[in-house]
Design a protein. Structure first.
Length: 677
């Protein structure tokens, strides 16, 4: 078929239009598909981000719940805060002005500084303050709060925050624990510094860690910057350089004379190196202790002199016994002794065995006059031989064969058992009057020498026991200390060690004080001192010695301040000995110590509800080595030292007690000048 040009063009045009329409449709479908795909991807991304935000929110909420933290929002426009998480604020929230009464007045400036920092454009800030969490009106319960704040800005250009979001953490328990740890550390530090032994601690490589004040005093250096400071490495110290092996440290103990010319050190010391190993057998620390035993050495030398004196006295006594035997043989003299329970009387020419033993009935037959005082005394000896007596009697010869009558002088002295019960009497019978004075002199010298040796022996035995007891405890528990695993166990061991250190220090102080009394007399160094403050200080220390829960320690201080001119160490020594003595004899009730200024002096007293003191023993308690109860620990020196101090001040000292079981009150009057402010 033939077609015209127009028909051909029309046909071509229709075909082109159909093609374009198809192409447009295809493009629209493709564009829709791409748009739908991007939209789907965006929806999935939003869902993932939402889930991530939700998960993060749950994690943060869980973390806040675990830590006990709270989150609050502070609107700066409204000056009002509300809870976001937790219940730190009331349910309705709280205004900024209202929060002032919940913040501790001393910490308000911390809170204001925190707000100002965030208001000035800072994104974050933090502060700590105390917040009152009490629900009761008029009562305060302060908790330590840590506040971490974040600022929310509406316009980053102006840097003006609209809201503050604060994370609130309650650190009360943490702060309390830190304070408790600090107090415990301070207590151990004081224990370490107040030790009567110089101590130094080294690490496992022998490097110095720390030393206490006593070490500085003995070796005469002030600080670690001292140019003559002793070696910082224990292996380099001249004393131990050839003795210690750093591959394996063993216990080392010896005494030596320590001389350091640069610091003027010249004393006798007791040195000890003690390694501390862990459970795995590895070396952890090395302890080095030094103790100045110069005074002890002097005391030892003095004891040697005293022993030599005693040996000399014993020789003299032996000489006296020899002379006495000669006198008895030449002057017709005998010793006699009787025990009331046995009703027998023994006569001795020698002290070892009796020459003759008679019953009371047989002995009375030797008297010419049965009504003589001595004859009547043996008829009821428990009533008549209660005190030393001398009798002159006319009687037959007793200890040799003779019918001649003779005048005998019979001396009698009662003796008692350990409980104070009268057991019998002893004496001398002789027929030569001129020998009375000689016999009395010999007896006095013999008794004095015996008393001197006995007192010395008792004193040395007491000192040996009293010093060894705390030393054994210190050494033993020091060895046990590294084996303890818990802080509680270590604390109990340290408490025992310190208690025995305190006991040993008191014993040595008493011995040194008595040595001072015997040599140059007690020294007094008066100075101006606030006795009220000094009294409070010593009472805080003495209160620790009252361990019996049934005994209450009471300190009466009537003054806030009292400036006097005295020697505070000597007065403290009196108070310490009074209280220490009361602690020993008081099992329940109270121990009350106090003072007052009257009659131009200090009147110091210590009242207790202890065992009391019999009337007859109240004057003896201030003598040396007197102990009313041998089972109570102590040397019997404390009260005699107090009396020496009072006498040195020309004051007075005494005790008031109604008798056994009624308590006692020890007092001292110390003249001193009260200073005007």
């Amino acid at each position: 078929m033939n077609m015209t040009l127009s028909q051909i063009l029309t046909s071509a045009t229709g075909t082109a239009v159909d093609g374009i329409s198809l192409l447009m449709t295809l493009l629209v479908v493709i564009a829709f598909t791409i748009s739908w795909g991007f939209n789907r991807l965006s929806i999935l991304r939003i869902r993932r981000n939402s889930q991530r935000i939700h998960d993060m929110s749950a994690i943060m909420k869980h973390t806040l719940n675990l830590n006990g933290d709270a989150v609050i929002k502070l609107s700066l426009a409204e000056h009002y805060a509300t809870n976001i998480h937790g219940d730190f604020l009331p349910e309705k929230g709280m205004s900024y002005e209202e929060s002032r009464k919940y913040v501790h007045p001393d910490d308000w400036h911390f809170y204001e500084t925190f707000i100002r920092e965030l208001m000035s454009g800072k994104k974050t800030a933090e502060c700590s303050f105390r917040w009152n969490v009490s629900k009761k009106e008029g009562q305060a319960e302060w908790h330590n709060i840590h506040n971490l704040g974040v600022a929310e800005f509406a316009n980053e250009q102006l840097r003006t925050p609209t809201n503050l979001f604060c994370t609130i953490s309650d650190h009360t328990d943490t702060v309390a624990q830190e304070q408790e740890e600090q107090q415990l550390n301070d207590k151990y530090r004081r224990i370490f510094e107040q030790s009567i032994v110089g101590l130094a601690f080294y690490d496992k490589d022998g490097n110095l860690l720390t030393v206490n004040q006593k070490m500085r005093e003995i070796l005469k250096f002030q600080s670690e910057d001292d140019p003559y400071y002793f070696s910082r490495t224990i292996y380099d110290m001249p004393t131990f350089k050839e003795l210690l092996d750093n591959r394996h440290i063993e216990e080392l103990w010896f005494c030596t004379q320590s001389v350091i010319l640069e610091r003027g050190v010249n004393c006798y010391t007791e040195l000890r190196v003690h390694p501390i190993y862990g459970d795995d057998g590895q070396l952890i620390y090395i302890t080095f202790s030094i103790r100045d035993v110069t005074k002890e050495r002097e005391l030892y030398l003095q004891n040697k002199q005293n022993d030599e004196f005693i040996r000399h006295q014993v020789k003299e006594i032996q000489q006296y016994e020899t002379e006495l035997k000669y006198l008895m043989e030449q002057c017709d003299m005998r010793f006699w002794r009787t025990t009331f329970e046995e009703h027998t009387i023994s006569f001795f020419k020698e002290l070892s065995k009796p020459e003759k033993v008679l019953t009371y009935d047989t002995f009375l037959k030797y008297f010419i006059d049965k009504e003589e005082s001595v004859a009547r005394s043996f008829q009821a000896p428990e009533e008549h031989f209660t005190e030393p007596k001398a009798y002159l009697c006319h009687m037959r010869a007793i200890y040799h064969d003779s019918d001649d009558l003779q005048w005998n002088i019979i001396d009698s002295v009662p003796f008692y058992d350990a409980d104070g019960h009268l057991k019998g009497c002893y004496g001398v019978i002789r027929n030569v009057t001129e020998l009375i004075q000689k016999q009395e002199l010999l007896k006095q010298e013999t008794e004095r020498a015996n008393d001197s040796g006995r007192l010395k022996s008792v004193f040395m035995a007491n000192m040996t026991h009293e010093i060894r007891t705390p030393l054994n405890s210190i050494v033993g528990f020091s060895d046990v200390l590294p084996m303890m695993t818990t802080p509680e166990e270590k604390q109990e061991i340290v408490k025992v060690i310190m208690s025995n250190c305190d006991m040993l220090l008191r014993l040595i102080n008493d011995i040194l004080a008595v040595s001072t009394l015997d040599s140059n007399g007690i020294s007094i160094e008066d100075k101006e001192v606030d006795f009220a403050e000094s009294f409070n200080s010593i009472c805080q220390s003495l209160a620790q010695r009252v361990q019996n829960p049934q005994v209450e320690f009471i300190a009466e201080n009537p003054y806030k301040t009292l400036t006097v001119r005295i020697d505070p160490d000597r007065i403290q020594q009196i108070i310490t000995n009074f209280v220490t003595n009361a602690v020993k004899y008081t099992q329940q009730g109270h121990i009350k110590v106090g003072y007052e200024y009257r009659d131009n002096g200090l009147y110091i007293y210590c009242e207790d509800t202890g065992s009391g003191i019999p009337k007859g023993d109240q004057k003896k308690v201030f003598e040396r080595f007197v102990k009313l109860n041998d089972y109570v620990q102590g040397t019997g020196l404390g009260l005699s030292i107090c009396k020496a101090i009072a006498d040195r001040y020309k004051g007075r000292i005494g005790v008031t007690s109604e008798g056994e079981g009624k308590g006692s009150t020890f007092w001292a009057e110390i003249p001193c000048e009260r200073m005007k402010k």
